[in-house]
Design a protein around this ligand. Structure first.
Ligand SMILES: Cc1ncc(COP(=O)(O)O)c(C=O)c1O
Length: 425
């Protein structure tokens, strides 16, 4: 149904909100822009989880300057680009396969290594349930308990895998959409207990956003174990979803099996140029994560201050919230889109979730203020300055900047985002 935004709405044209309701995944930003008649600057994207601080403007300028070369010439083959990525990340190329987005690798993992059944906690990233279902595998879904803030209990999951007789297990760490993080020692416990399975996949696509502990990834374990793959998207942490690049780490035989089926030029020239740029921009990348972590703490605290909203502490670059009784996520999503030009992920079409849940990507403060205003209007019927409801924070913002000064640096009440997740209200 086409929507004609009310007077004062940030969306000037009319937009078919049916676009937001199609399929298991969110519509692409490009189809939304086309649906809006190309008003790019109007839409604030709280849906697609992407690092807002990387690449830097200088890196983008460099890409722009090289656009013609990038588009006109063949990239190097996948092995050359993979070797460079491995040098930068300190990985052994024999243990790595690089794909055109980690979704390409999920597809090949399914085709090559999942023979009859897979167990995974839900809610989770949709391709981990949909891909094996599309190829007629049995998917054993382990419901994460909302009553425990969607935390994954390793013993309970292993028990479930045994009961169902699943041959493959997949976890996302941190998990999408709740942002729950399983400490490294717990992941290793899981790998130890499931050593007899055909395969255990740990999808670490959001792991660079974790600040709960210093040593997070189990990629080093994957490289020396018989049945473990660690998967990593690069679009999220490097802020470049359009490029489509990701990789997996596994023992050389397993990684080689996947590498062998990948087309020679499966990675494009944008991926090549960015991979070769990364080494020179490590510092900017680390700085981007520091800024992001401040934003996440701040945003969780602000959301938790909205009466009636349940906020789940997250180690991902998004925050899951639950609406109060009687409020519907589809209505909120459509309202934010039509009235505030804000695009959010309503989670009703995620298995194991419902339309009371929404996922908001962590964004700089200037955007969060607009989100809070929209939420305030929807939840309490009042328009105006949502920051009034988070008065503790007033005066702490440097109003015209995305930088901020947390009051007394005391964000501990909400931001003790360590191993455990805390329900905020
Ligand atoms: C947990 C998880 N893994 C993998 C992906 C796919 O990432 P890519 O863009 O690299 O295909 C997503 C996308 O949201 C995700 O949430």
């Amino acid at each position: 149904m086409p929507v004609s935004p009310k007077k004062g709405s940030v969306l000037a044209g009319s937009m078919d909100l049916g676009l937001l309701r199609k399929g298991a995944h969110s519509p692409s930003y490009f189809s939304l822009l086309r649906g809006m008649g190309g008003q790019q600057s109007e839409l604030i994207d709280f849906c697609i989880p992407c690092n807002p601080y990387f690449p830097t403007p200088e890196m983008f300028e460099r890409l722009e300057r090289n656009l013609q070369t990038i588009l006109k010439y063949y990239p190097s083959d996948g092995d050359t680009i993979t070797a460079e990525l491995c040098t930068t990340l300190g990985l052994n190329p024999q243990t790595v396969a690089m794909g055109n987005g980690s979704t390409e690798l999920i597809t090949w993992i399914d085709h090559l290594l999942i023979h009859d059944s897979l167990a995974t906690p839900i809610p989770t990233f949709g391709r981990w349930t949909d891909q094996p279902l599309e190829t007629d595998k049995r998917v054993d879904m382990f419901q994460l308990p909302e009553s425990h803030d969607f935390a994954l209990d390793v013993d309970a999951f292993v028990h479930f895998v045994r009961q169902r007789g699943s041959r493959v297990a997949v976890i996302c760490n941190p998990n999408n959409p709740d942002g729950g993080y399983l400490p490294r020692r717990e992941v290793i416990k899981l790998l130890d207990q499931l050593v007899d399975l055909d395969l255990v996949v740990v999808d670490e696509s959001f792991i660079d956003f974790v600040d709960a502990e210093a040593h997070t990834s189990v990629a080093d374990e994957a490289a020396i174990r018989p049945n473990v793959i660690v998967l990593k998207s690069l679009g999220k942490n490097f802020g470049l979803h359009g490029i489509r690049f990701g990789y997996l780490v596994a023992n050389p035989a397993l990684a080689g099996k996947v590498r062998k089926v990948l087309p020679k030029w499966n990675l494009n020239a944008f991926a090549e140029v960015v991979v070769f740029l990364l080494k020179q921009h490590r510092e900017e990348y680390h700085r981007s994560l520091e800024l992001f972590i401040q934003d996440r703490r701040m945003m969780i605290q602000q959301l938790a201050a909205l009466p009636g909203l349940t906020v789940f502490a997250s180690q991902g670059n998004f925050v899951l919230v639950k609406l109060p009784d009687g409020k519907d996520g589809v209505q909120l999503r459509d309202f934010l889109f039509a009235e505030h030009g804000i695009y959010v992920r309503e989670c009703g079409n995620k298995l194991g979730s419902s339309s009371r849940f929404l996922r908001f990507v962590v964004r700089p403060q200037q955007d969060v203020r607009l989100l809070l205003t929209g939420l305030h209007a929807f939840l309490y019927g009042a328009s105006g300055d949502a920051l009034a409801s988070v008065s503790d924070w007033r005066g702490s913002y440097e109003q015209d900047s995305w930088r901020f000064a947390p009051p007394g640096n005391d964000v501990s009440s909400v931001a003790s985002l360590g191993q455990a997740r805390h329900r905020k209200r």
